[in-house]
Design a protein around this ligand. Structure first.
Ligand SMILES: [Zn+2]
Length: 348
């Protein structure tokens, strides 16, 4: 697959810690019916930032294609590896920080030879995101179409294998307490695996908080409830995390971290995208539906950000190990060290 290498065709879309995403905008007047973008849904180009020891796009793609996609049962967002050239990277880097072009600052790795073309799951015309401490929610409302788009990171859906047997807290809640953020958490990621309708309702209320208006709150509440109760997506993330049989502290200093550990770390950092629409424009398979009055909402879930982690970096490895040792040795799992003013209920 080839794509437009004309920088005018790519506008800034978003960025994370390791990647910048551009959206195809066809400003150069390219004839898209005969060239490029064979699949118009694949309109986001994800390029690597200049970060020391970051796996290259080709390395990352090999990991995604061979290790991740076979485990995600069709729930990964569609993507393809595409060839790019240095001129495009240089031109996009030149635009970084130019507010007139709506490009914030970033620095791409100009030695990259490839990018990843991705499906854009975000419905058009969405309002700016409502953001609370767990979720980004964007919504659109008209006489003809209602749509909402939710992004969030489910985090660790399994307990750390090196947590003490008498732990009160899961890995995510223990870390939050260690970092003094326990007053910010009112839900535990392990609850995403619950299938009891009452428990899930409480979880959804906590996740949404007071982020939404009175129109969207009940609709998105019902849709999220449906996703937690019926979508296999959380079990898929959990099953990838469960493939790793060792905690970071169980690897001896002379032993390399293996592919299962890499998959585990990726699955702990993945993002879930939930698209809610009153029509099934994207014709996704495995959509869930909710009927509210005369309106049917179609809900599709996709995973992104299951990227190859830099497991060969001694600095990263030391960092991950020191967090785990601190959680164990300072009693954050067992709750001995919790600040009593903000002590959370047990996760188990
Ligand atoms: Zn927890």
């Amino acid at each position: 697959m080839t794509i437009s290498l004309d920088p005018r065709d790519w506008k800034y879309f978003s960025q994370g810690a390791a990647n910048v995403i551009f959206q195809f905008s066809n400003n150069s007047g390219l004839n898209t019916s005969t060239t490029n973008l064979e699949d118009p849904q694949l309109c986001l180009l994800r390029l690597r930032k200049k970060i020391k020891d970051l796996p290259t796009t080709v390395d990352n793609w090999s990991f995604i294609e061979n290790s991740v996609i076979p485990l995600t049962n069709g729930y990964m967002a569609s993507m393809k590896l595409v060839k790019i050239d240095t001129e495009l990277l240089l031109a996009l880097n030149d635009k970084a920080g130019q507010s007139s072009d709506n490009f914030p600052f970033f620095e791409l790795n100009i030695s990259e030879s490839h990018g990843i073309l991705m499906q854009n799951l975000r419905p058009p015309h969405l309002m700016a995101a409502n953001k609370n401490k767990y979720l980004h929610i964007s919504t659109f409302f008209s006489d003809f179409l209602r749509s909402a788009f939710i992004e969030f990171k489910p985090k660790w859906l399994v307990q750390s294998l090196s947590a003490p047997s008498n732990s009160r807290y899961c890995r995510t809640c223990a870390v939050k307490q260690m970092r003094g953020k326990s007053h910010q958490i009112t839900y535990c990621p392990l609850q995403l695996l619950k299938k009891n309708a009452q428990d899930v309702k409480k979880l959804v209320d906590r996740l949404l908080g007071d982020t939404l208006d009175e129109i969207w709150h009940p609709i998105i509440g019902l849709c999220l409830h449906k996703v937690v109760m019926e979508s296999p997506v959380f079990s898929i993330i959990k099953s990838i995390q469960e493939m790793c049989q060792k905690s970071i502290v169980d690897y001896s200093d002379t032993e390399d971290l293996d592919n299962e550990f890499g998959l585990f770390m990726s699955a702990c950092d993945c993002t879930l995208l939930i698209n809610i629409m009153t029509n099934n424009i994207q014709a996704e398979r495995d959509v869930l539906t909710i009927k509210e009055g005369e309106t049917t909402y179609f809900i599709s879930c996709k995973l992104v950000d299951l990227d190859k982690k830099n497991i060969i970096s001694p600095i990263k490895r030391k960092h991950w190990k020191s967090i785990e040792e601190k959680l164990i040795n300072e009693g954050w799992y067992t709750g001995i060290n919790s600040n009593s003013a903000h002590q959370l209920p047990s996760c188990f």
